[in-house]
Design a protein around this ligand. Sequence first.
Ligand SMILES: *[C@@H]1O[C@H](CO)[C@@H](O)[C@H](O)[C@H]1NC(C)=O
Ligand SMILES: *[C@@H]1O[C@H](CO)[C@@H](O)[C@H](O)[C@H]1NC(C)=O
Length: 382
Amino acid sequence: MQGEGMGFSWVTLTTVLPVCGQVTALHSGKEIHGQIVKSKKRGDVPLLNSLMDMYAKCGAIDYCRKVFDRMQNKDITSWNTMISGYSINGQIEEAMALFDEMISNRIRPDGITFVALLSGCSHSGLTSKGKRLFHVMQNYGVKPSLEHYACLVDMLGRSGKLDEALAVVESLPMKPSGSIWGSLLNSCRLYGNVSLAETVVERLFEIEPNNPGNYVMLSNVYANAGMWEEVKRVREMMGMRGIKKDAGCSWIQIKHRIHTFVAGGSTDFRNSAEFCRIWSELSDATKKVGYVPDTEVVLHDINAEMKTMWVCGHSERLAAVYALINTGDGMPVRITKNLRVCVDCHSWMKAVSRVTRRLIVLRDTNRFHHFENGTCSCKDYW
Ligand SMILES: *[C@@H]1O[C@H](CO)[C@@H](O)[C@H](O)[C@H]1NC(C)=O
Ligand SMILES: *[C@@H]1O[C@H](CO)[C@@H](O)[C@H](O)[C@H]1NC(C)=O
């Protein structure tokens, strides 16, 4: 459009920004911000909201806050975007502080505000605070919807209160969704409760018979318990029902290009001399800071060496190495992944952030991990 000399309207930019957010194209998002700044007109509220949302989804929460602070007219979406931005980026204290500010400014929170806060509490392990919020919510005239219950179930399950979580699901005033049962299944995995996992997965197979994630999760539960016969049975069941595991896929933006990495995909990059050099440097350096590959996460009963190789091929590691090679020293590395990050890749990222002195921001299916000098913003709770 600009090539054609057509210029653009705020609506054009408001439409493009969410795309940048979805693919974590921070570089492009910043360019659009630059266009807004250069323009003589003041950005309108929907545009600035979508700019904030883009920054939050790219894990650049400080930029998001700058836009928020400079907005003259904020609407409820502006507040919600800022609160949920903090929440998905693991900064629950800031989210709660902003909520208090919102209340003292006499801005009425809505259902979305509470989803943001509750999911933040759930991801940070603040169970009692979250439970209190769930009740407080109704004082603001917000009736709990399925999404709020989903946060509650997740919160209880993650903190090991599996029976309480189950009781909530069973007494829901509406039909539980697949994602509610799915979060309970994940909690069973975290706490190694095989029998409850089996009950939960029966319900899941009724609602989402074709979701490969449920089979993989069940298989993980069995693998963690060393029940290899059952692992095999799940794999056969997937084969019989024609269900294929989603391939792990990660991507990064370098300048104007998005680079995509698929686990078990092309080996060109993995076999390149540059990759091998950086990989072996990283292996030595991460070992020195105490990183030990955890091969438990691999759900096949294969030998240890094979397991290590398999985990090392995870797409987020390939993306990270690619970014380390192709961006300047000290530049943050931003990776997006289509699946949940595994325990071992999480430890690896922590170690790599320490030895390379880089900030690594990884967005997986439902949250961000900011790795810095050996620790993660999620405090290993996800
Ligand atoms: C699994 O969770 C259920 C529900 O909380 C509980 O009754 C059961 O004892 C648990 N089983 C194990 C092995 O922890
Ligand atoms: C990074 O973490 C290590 C180990 O916890 C610590 O000794 C070091 O001082 C930290 N470096 C910085 C720059 O914070």
